[in-house]
Every structure is written in C-alpha cells, then in structure tokens.
Design a protein around this ligand. Structure first.
Ligand SMILES: Nc1ncnc2c1ncn2[C@@H]1O[C@H](COP(=O)(O)OP(=O)(O)O)[C@@H](O)[C@H]1O
Ligand SMILES: Cc1ncc(COP(=O)(O)O)c(N)n1
Length: 274
C-alpha cells in the first residue's frame, strides 16, 4: 500500500503579477492554502507591484495552446478559473481550449482593470468575453464596473446588483456573484449570489477600511475554484470563498507602498488560534 497522498487538482488560466499579490500568484497561494494542487496556464506577463502595472506582455497563442495540451495529457484537473486574458486573441485562444478539454467547472473572473486603473483587458475583448467565454462558465464573478460593462446597466446600489445578476444569467451564465467591493459608500461589502436553481442570497461582511485590497477578486474566485475541485457544491464553495477573502482582507499584512496584497494565511491562522 502506498503512503503517497493525493490532492485534488485545480487550474488557473491568468496573467502573472510580479508583485505576487494578484493574478496567477494570488490564485496559486489561495489554491495551496485550500489544500488543493494548483496548475497554471499563463496568458500574459505583467511587470506590476502594489503601486501599479508598469508593463504587460500577452503570450503567443501557440504557447497558450501548448500549456493546455500539456495539462490535458497528464493531469486530472477537477475545476478551473480564468483571470486576466488581455485581448481578443487571448480570450479566443482560451475559449478554444476550454471547448477542447474538460477541466471541470469553469469560474470566469472577468478581470478588466487593475486596482490602480491599468487596463488588463482590451475594450474590444469585452464583447468576446460576454458572447464566447461566459456561456462556458459554471460561475461568473464580476465586480461592479465589470458587471456594468457586461450588462450595460448602471449598478450603484444593492437593488441594481440583483438586476445585474439576473441580466448576467440571461447571457447564459449558470451561477453569478456580483461583488460589492466597489460600492464604497457602504459600511458593508456585500456580494449578491444568484444560482442556477433560482436560489439567491447575500454574502455579507463588514467593509474593512484599507487600501490593501490588491487581488481580492482573484482570491475569492480561486478559493471557490479550489473548493469546486474538492467536489463541494456551488453554494458551499461560494460561502467558503467569502470567508477566505474576508479573513485575508481583515487580517492584513504589510507588503509594498500602494494597494498591498492580502493575507492568504489568515483563515488557516484563525483556525489554529482558536
Ligand atoms: N474593503 C473591503 N472590506 C471587506 N471586503 C471587501 C473589501 N473590498 C472588497 N471586498 C470583498 O472582496 C471580494 C472581491 O470584491 P471586489 O474587490 O469588488 O473584486 P475585484 O477585486 O474583482 O475588484 C468581495 O467579496 C468583496 O465584497
Ligand atoms: C495579472 C493580474 N490579474 C488580475 C489583477 C486584478 O487584481 P486587482 O483588481 O485586485 O488589481 C491584476 N492586478 N493583475
């Protein structure tokens, strides 16, 4: 009998953040914390820190295809997510590969703009994400500006967040989280969840007064992806994702001089302390 352990495997399809706080790096740190084995398809490289994005390089389609092919030939990926996809060419490359291979339930985090304001998706790629990628998704997790771009709605309160959830389901996404982090006038940071079976609920948390929110969306969607890889149902995976990101924001760490990264150890550390 072998003593070797087996962990579920999850995949992040995203851009890298050299600063380590967002993108693929946030995804891998989160997936690892959830005791899931993380694999990656790198779509773009950014030169980035907590202050901003200094440079970005989308990768050639051939190497994107090759990464998917390598993983499909060998690993047993049980869930996957997308993050920064850069432009029309890269979105289409990812769509093509996701149609070709089965990597389990797909969470689409339709990343468009970094916290510091740098574009991470070209304007003309928004329609391609909406029309070609979203219909493949088990779950989409837009923030408010992303949900506005995808639906054409103005979303400035919780009632509008509900309408946006319904509109996104109308675009073919099964399950939706409309994240409320950008509703900054609010004392809380609540996210609206609308599930395939028509069930809806709010994920509530106190708003933490901090600028250290680099990678919040990546962390939430990566945690959900890890839980889905373990076989969790969608509602439980989403609730665990919110607990994870809430702790990671609230129990902050000091890195860099701008929009600092989260504390990916926080939820696990809380468990050991109490
Ligand atoms: N200041 C904050 N305090 C508490 N939770 C926050 C804060 N900012 C964002 N969140 C939470 O982090 C998650 C990611 O949301 P958001 O920041 O809107 O996404 P994105 O990183 O895609 O812009 C959500 O669960 C949101 O409610
Ligand atoms: C490579 C990459 N992917 C995603 C984000 C979004 O993260 P945030 O919205 O927290 O800046 C980012 N800044 N960089």
């Amino acid at each position: 009998m072998s003593d070797l352990k087996q962990y579920p495997q999850a995949l992040s399809i995203a851009g890298s953040d050299s600063g380590g706080g967002a993108g693929m790096q946030a995804d891998l740190k989160t997936i690892q914390e959830r005791h899931v084995f993380g694999a990656t398809v790198l779509v773009a490289i950014t030169a980035q820190n907590t202050i901003g994005v200094q440079d970005a390089l989308p990768l050639p389609e051939t190497i994107i295809d090759a990464q998917f092919k390598s993983l499909a030939a060998d690993l047993a990926i049980k869930a996957c997510k997308t993050g920064m996809l850069a432009d029309v060419t890269r979105v289409r490359a990812v769509v093509r590969n996701l149609k070709k291979y089965d990597f389990g339930p797909l969470t689409v985090d339709p990343v468009m703009v970094a916290k510091g304001g740098a574009p991470l998706l070209s304007e003309d790629a928004v329609a391609v994400v909406r029309d070609e990628l979203l219909p493949l998704a088990t779950l989409a997790t837009p923030n408010l500006p992303e949900a506005e771009k995808l639906t054409g709605l103005t979303i400035d309160d919780e009632a509008a967040m509900k309408q946006a959830g319904i509109a996104l389901q109308g675009l073919g996404v099964k399950n939706v989280i409309i994240k409320g982090g950008h509703l900054s006038a609010d004392q809380e940071s609540n996210d609206f969840v609308l599930l395939e079976n028509g069930e809806s609920f709010w994920l509530t948390s106190k708003r933490v007064d901090t600028i250290r929110t680099h990678g919040t969306g990546d962390t939430l969607s990566a945690c959900i992806t890890a839980e889905l890889a373990k076989g969790a149902n969608i509602a439980d995976a989403i609730r665990t994702g919110k607990d994870f990101v809430e702790a990671a924001i609230a129990d902050g760490i000091i890195v860099g001089h701008g929009h600092g990264p989260l504390n990916h150890w926080a939820l696990e550390a809380r468990r050991h302390e109490f």
